[in-house]
Design a protein around this ligand. Sequence first.
Ligand SMILES: [Zn+2]
Ligand SMILES: [Zn+2]
Ligand SMILES: [Zn+2]
Ligand SMILES: [Zn+2]
Ligand SMILES: [Zn+2]
Ligand SMILES: [Zn+2]
Length: 462
Amino acid sequence: MERGESSTPPSNSSVSNDNVWAKLVPSDSRYSDIELTSNETLVCSEISISSSGKSEWCRITRNMDLVSATFHNRRGNKVLVDEIVVRGDDTAVIRCGSEIIPGFSGDGEGLLRYRFKVMPAQESDKKQLNIVLDAEHAKCSICLNVWHDVVTVAPCLHNFCNGCFSEWLRRSQEKRADVLCPQCRSVVQFVGRNHFLHGIEEDLLQADDSLRRSAEEIAVLDSYASIRSPLVMSTSRRKRSRSVPDNENREVACRQCATEFAGYKCNPSTVHLQCHGCGGMMPSRTNNVPQQCLGCDRAFCGAYWHAQGVARGDAYPICSPETFQPIAERITTRMPFWVHEKNRHEQDITESCIQRMGSSLQDVISEWVTKMENQELDRTFMQLNHAELITARTHTCNDCYGKIVSFLLYWFRITMPMRFLSPEASQREDCWYGYACRTQHHNEEHARKRNHVCRPTRGTHR
Ligand SMILES: [Zn+2]
Ligand SMILES: [Zn+2]
Ligand SMILES: [Zn+2]
Ligand SMILES: [Zn+2]
Ligand SMILES: [Zn+2]
Ligand SMILES: [Zn+2]
């Protein structure tokens, strides 16, 4: 074992060491930072200003992921790590931003705290992760440049620029022909954006500026790009192998493949989008037909089928008709799972408050939807894309509806008169980290004893 002596006397603290991979930064500036240089460091520190003796208080071992560490309490005293008590000889995982309070005995106020800080990765660490990549293997066979907004087609797994492939797709559809891979000519059954390769595409351009295209070229390419959600292609009957089971069913992907609705019927080369909510298919339409959830930008069939006047899926999976309703018309009888950051205790408290008021969950939600509609609420904390565009008439997927209800019930709780809270609930102190607290998700006692329906008062890293 390598031992590091890390209680740096103030005289040394100005010497910065290149090998420092993490630090313990004290809340009190009279103490110096404790620098961690070896992968396993025994930290000896004076706990109070007055004591001159040093005593070993913890061992910090760097974890394999290089960004977290294991904190091992070497003293009999309790240490508070991220609001969790770590007793003598116990361990806890710490990450950048973790708070460590040694000598913890009571509420933790007024004690010296340390913030664990991981240094930005150094050259030596980066080298271990370097992979050799030939830019030739990251080029689009249509435009012969390094991919831009790369998409991958299946089953052959060739990659192209989104714009290049979108244009190819549009032409295939015009000819009502099967979509063939531009590189190997196999029939394409699926295309989607490849986020992993997108990262590589960016790294390559960063490494070699000469591979970059002009802003004008990129703008043209982006104007062609039409692939947002993953697309599933239907393939024509004659190309199908008779030995593949189920192929009769796969010819017809959605209700509009079989029947015309709202003046539209799919044809054999129609590309289908898969709904993230139910897994069902809908034709990918280019004109202004709603197909995505406004809250998460994912493909959502409820918005589409509602607009097409289709209420039942018959043999095809579609989202539950309840989700077809705009926000103002949805009926909510059960507390959505997302409410109060999924903290069951807070959900129960909100339910009992609503009961004490003689109201119902649905009535409270309706009242707050109206307030949202009247722009009475600050939407900064609404955890949705396009929060400012959401109105009572918007269609959203179930997850996003749950998040909207969660946002509304947060405002209900923080503006509600205290007398509707039970005595036990009203006596709880606010958790420092408020709704953003992570501990409430894994520490039952903490979740119950502190109020988490409040704004964080510290710890912006959470
Ligand atoms: Zn291209
Ligand atoms: Zn191919
Ligand atoms: Zn269809
Ligand atoms: Zn959504
Ligand atoms: Zn659906
Ligand atoms: Zn908390």
